[in-house]
Design a protein around this ligand. Sequence first.
Ligand SMILES: C[S@@+](CC[C@H](N)C(=O)[O-])C[C@H]1O[C@@H](n2cnc3c(N)ncnc32)[C@H](O)[C@@H]1O
Length: 216
Amino acid sequence: MRFTNDHGDYQFTNQWFEGTARGVWDQLMPDINPTRILEIGAYEGASTCYLIERQARHHDIEIHCIDTWEGGVEHQPGGYVQADMSAVERRFHHNTRLAIGRATHRVDLVVHKGYSDFELSRLVAAEKQNHFDFIYVDGSHQAPDVLCDAVLGFRLLKPQGVMAFDDYLWQESLPYGTDPIRCPKPAIDAFTNLYCRKLQILKAPLNQLYIQKLSD
Ligand SMILES: C[S@@+](CC[C@H](N)C(=O)[O-])C[C@H]1O[C@@H](n2cnc3c(N)ncnc32)[C@H](O)[C@@H]1O
């Protein structure tokens, strides 16, 4: 995958970002123009590199990436995505190094290797409340994890900041059908319902959900 013709040496092995987020972000990023960015779920850094390429063209940026690089349940033995997660992590570092090397402005990349509940709590404890302009939630797809990412992420999001949830409609086909605990939608719905006085939902294709924070 290439973002531009002369950036052929990125190492990406899938089209997840291209297939879902990129089209929406091309429209959205000029409005948000984020300087402080948080990503939950970085994998090989496709979304990270897009944000570095795009935003560090205009100004200095700070970008935090949280990932265990252990994969989710879908990466576990018997899951439908088989990946050597150590190689995935190496590709993340290779790709982000390239993107940072090409940036015209300063990029502070902060990598938080660990579980998102733990790493987000650390950011809250480090007084990063209301710090981020843009948060991308694309880590675990298990409903309890997504709920935790949403609630802690919201604390870290600035008023007027935007939080994007990938895979709003994602679900597995399991031998017993679908399992509401093993998909993001029930968690995202619970979060947007309970926080309805503090956020607005932005218009976007329904495989992702975008909210804007109105108040704490
Ligand atoms: C779908 S991938 C992210 C894709 C990436 N945003 C992109 O656009 O290419 C999900 C990532 O979330 C990570 N992950 C899954 N559960 C997690 C958890 N509880 N905490 C932190 N990271 C997690 C996995 O290791 C995996 O790298």
